[in-house]
Design a protein around this ligand. Structure first.
Ligand SMILES: NC(=O)c1ccc[n+]([C@@H]2O[C@H](COP(=O)([O-])OP(=O)(O)OC[C@H]3O[C@@H](n4cnc5c(N)ncnc54)[C@H](O)[C@@H]3O)[C@@H](O)[C@H]2O)c1
Length: 512
């Protein structure tokens, strides 16, 4: 599969907008096509609305944002894209016609995927050119925050398509779930529909309101589902003998007619009850307000789950691990491109990084002042300086072999002292880079001096001096670093010994 630099979107409604926001955020360019020219404004607005929550999902260093362009001509989109995601209305003949057209204008190694909620890939790929590169990639709303994407191949799809789609989708922070057999509704929508059908019955029969039914989920099962799903949770409910006991105890009840499989008739009365019930739940809050609330807690939940390395939190962790690796690779003058497993092409906007020689301070991090990094003065907030210097240290450590595997042994570096001096201002969108001088080293400590430069004029806008201590968390004590790590740091320190000692090094607050 080709490296994906540009994602093509066909259809830019709710789902197309979500794909655009996610891809742009993780550095992929987007060319969006929709029949309606007014959708250009809409998709730009959708990307902007997604940004506040999306930008808080992770503090890991991100590549420069992708750029968004719009066309009403699907052929233009198809000829520019490295990967195409179709998001037009859920009508089989329309999707078949448009997928066939797009496939005639896209190179044969360009994957074409459909966001369809329930149509099967064999039907969708029927009239396509090179149908083996087609699959369903079914996301969930909001696409920019929910990592799940169901991948389904049709009769003509080859395994390589599923693998390549999964690689790209992981790159933009998603969790591809391979649905091994195509069935209408894939997996998740079948489960969601079963629950919803039952809700409709309970409302129709006047047994409960929409609000009461939502309470029955959000204070109980919903909280459990977020990390363990239905089956693992039921395994726990069976006591020591787990699922076997659970089935013996509650299995017979499944034969009782608790639930109804057929959906009820959508009568006017039922529709009114559903609409009035949810309006009462909304309590006067607009859809936009509720979306913001939903987005905020979706970010918070994923950050909590990350601590336990479970579910969507595990996805976030592995995304961050890759982002830190990429930042370190960029600092060493190379990067991992989406769709390739080995470091390859030079990083965009960071070719200078590769030139960092040992005889000068190392250029460890290239970044941009993001909108959420500025305070009410419109300048970068002071805690972000700590974040940027921290990311530079992360890149230094990765360069000398302190990575996830090393930290997995319980060893790593802690910051024990730091001093930041502010010299200039950084505004939203300004490129920045950090250069780092290793001033001192012994078997447990690393003493570094960073300069944060503004990309446009190379002016130093801050300096940061730090002492890091190597710690073995198993024994909760300072401990000597691994000898290979020490040797690599020592080669940098000895090369840096020839440099002038920074004037500000060792400076304390208030000294002229
Ligand atoms: N909304 C959801 O929650 C959700 C979730 C997952 C998947 N999906 C699936 O995603 C797809 C899109 O759903 P949506 O909710 O974004 O719909 P939508 O109505 O919001 O957007 C569809 C867009 O497609 C455009 N369009 C129509 N015909 C076109 C054509 N021939 N060429 C280019 N553009 C065209 C429309 O102008 C519109 O902007 C559907 O297949 C749906 O099943 C939806």
């Amino acid at each position: 599969m080709r490296n994906v630099r540009t994602l093509g979107l066909l259809g830019t409604g709710v789902i197309g907008g979500g794909w655009a926001a996610r891809a742009l955020h993780f550095g992929i360019n987007v060319v969006a096509a929709d029949v309606k020219p007014e959708m250009e404004d809409w998709i730009r607005g959708a990307v902007e609305n997604a940004e506040p929550a999306l930008s808080r999902l992770t503090f890991a260093p991100l590549p420069p944002k992708g750029t968004l362009s719009f066309t009403t001509d699907p052929r233009v989109m198809a000829s520019q894209a490295d990967y195409i995601q179709e998001n037009i209305p859920e009508q089989l003949p329309l999707k078949q016609r448009m997928l066939a057209e797009v496939s005639r204008h896209a190179a044969p190694d360009v994957i074409i995927a459909s966001s369809t909620s329930g149509l099967t890939p064999t039907d969708l790929q029927r009239d396509m050119t090179a149908p083996e590169r087609f699959c369903v990639a079914h996301p969930f709303n909001p696409v920019y925050l929910l990592p799940l994407v169901e991948l389904v191949g049709g009769e003509k799809t080859v395994q390589g398509t599923i693998d390549a789609a999964a690689t790209f989708l992981r790159y933009i922070g998603m969790h591809p779930l391979h649905v091994r057999r195509e069935v209408p509704g894939h997996l998740t929508d079948r489960l969601q529909e079963a629950l919803w059908r039952e809700i409709l019955h309970l409302v129709n029969d006047g047994i409960a309101t929409t609000g009461e039914l939502d309470e029955s989920i959000i204070y109980g099962p919903g909280l459990r589902w977020a990390a363990m799903g239905t089956n693992l949770i039921y395994h726990l409910a069976g006591g020591e003998s787990g699922m076997r006991h659970m089935l013996a105890q509650f299995g017979p009840c499944l034969k009782w007619p608790w639930t109804k499989l057929e959906a009820p008739e959508l009568t006017e009365t039922l529709i009114d009850r559903m609409v009035e019930g949810t309006q009462a739940q909304a309590g006067g809050r607009s859809i936009r307000e509720l979306e913001r609330l939903r987005d905020d807690y979706l970010v918070a939940i994923q950050q909590v789950l990350r601590q336990y390395n479970i579910g969507a939190g595990a996805t976030l962790r592995s995304l961050e691990e890759r982002l830190y690796q990429d930042a370190a690779a960029v600092s060493a003058g190379r990067t991992t491109a989406p769709g390739s497993t080995s470091p390859g092409s030079a990083a965009r906007g960071s070719t200078e990084a590769g030139k960092a020689e040992l005889g000068q301070p190392l250029r460890l991090l290239d970044t941009v002042v993001r909108p959420e990094w500025v305070d009410y003065n419109r300048h970068m907030s002071d805690f972000r300086y700590g974040q940027v210097f921290g990311d530079a240290m992360d890149a230094l450590y990765r360069r000398v072999g302190v990575d996830e595997v090393y930290r997995g042994t319980g060893k790593g570096f802690y910051t024990v002292e730091s001093h930041v001096k502010h010299l200039g201002e950084a505004k939203v969108g300004e490129p920045l880079y950090v250069t780092t001088h290793v001033l001192g080293l012994d078997d447990k400590r690393v003493h570094v001096f960073h300069r944060l430069h503004r990309g446009r004029d190379d002016a130093a806008i801050a300096t940061g001096e730090q002492m890091h201590l190597h710690v073995d968390t198993g024994i909760a004590k300072a401990s000597p670093m691994d000898s290979k790590v020490h040797a690599k740091l020592e080669s940098i320190r000895s090369a840096h010994a020839a440099l002038d000692r920074p004037r500000e090094a060792g400076r304390s607050i208030g000294r002229p």
